[in-house]
Design a protein around this ligand. Structure first.
Ligand code: GAR
Length: 204
């Protein structure tokens, strides 16, 4: 079986990257192999996780590269160098242009820490999403894994899981519960689903 080659794109702590690496080790992610980690930030702890797992990593910083076009060209080069077939955005905090996403239809996954279409789109990322849910006063939130297209958080939804908000939650406690109960399960599950689909297409 030729596994689907996966790149995981990160910007921060990389707990979702870790969930994917663990899923690979534990036999939950069986049809895909993480061959590359791309970080938009050279001090992301996710880079340490990649090194510990022996996965090659590159840093592509929009700021350092000077333009969106140069940033996306660097990402594209790294993807082609490693023969990547599926991209997984796991806490990747840079926006990808329509030009880029249109070259990867149904081949980019993202995990978002809310039940889309609530608390999503431009400006909703990381702890801000959980702060917005608490400010609104919703009693249930969750996580969503979706395909990435030209609309921020607007692509087709693959998986969602609800998580209850508890009295006294802070953005930090809520973020942790959403990660533990939803993100770290859904993202490996969806990655396996699409890796299998790509692998089957190649086998035909
Ligand atoms: C995760 O909660 C992820 O869903 C969120 O950032 C966090 C990254 O954590 N992503 C977004 O908000 C994207 N819009 P991690 O680096 O520990 O995986």
């Amino acid at each position: 079986m030729v596994k689907t080659k996966i790149a995981v794109l990160v910007s921060g702590g990389g707990t979702n990257l870790q969930a994917l690496l663990d899923a690979q080790r534990e036999g939950v992610l069986t049809d895909g192999e993480i061959v590359l980690v791309i970080s938009s930030n050279d001090s992301a702890y996710a880079l340490t996780r990649a090194a510990q797992a022996g996965v090659p990593a590159v840093v592509c910083s929009r700021k350092a590269l000077g333009s969106q076009a140069a940033f996306e060209a660097a990402i594209s080069q790294a993807l082609s160098d490693h023969g990547v077939e599926l991209l997984v955005l796991a806490g990747f905090m840079s926006i990808l242009s329509a030009d880029f996403t249109s070259r990867w239809p149904r081949r980019i996954l993202n995990v978002h820490p809310s039940l889309i279409p609530a608390f999503c789109g431009k400006g909703f990322y990381g702890l801000k999403v959980h702060q917005a849910a608490l400010d609104y006063g919703v009693k249930v939130t969750g996580a969503t894994v979706h395909f990435v297209n030209e609309v921020p958080d607007g692509g087709e939804i693959l998986l969602q899981k609800a998580v209850e908000i508890q009295p006294g939650d802070t953005p930090e406690t809520l973020q942790r519960r959403v990660m533990e109960q939803a993100e770290w399960k859904l993202l490996p599950q969806a990655t396996q689903m699409i890796s299998e689909e790509i692998r089957r297409e190649k086998d035909q």
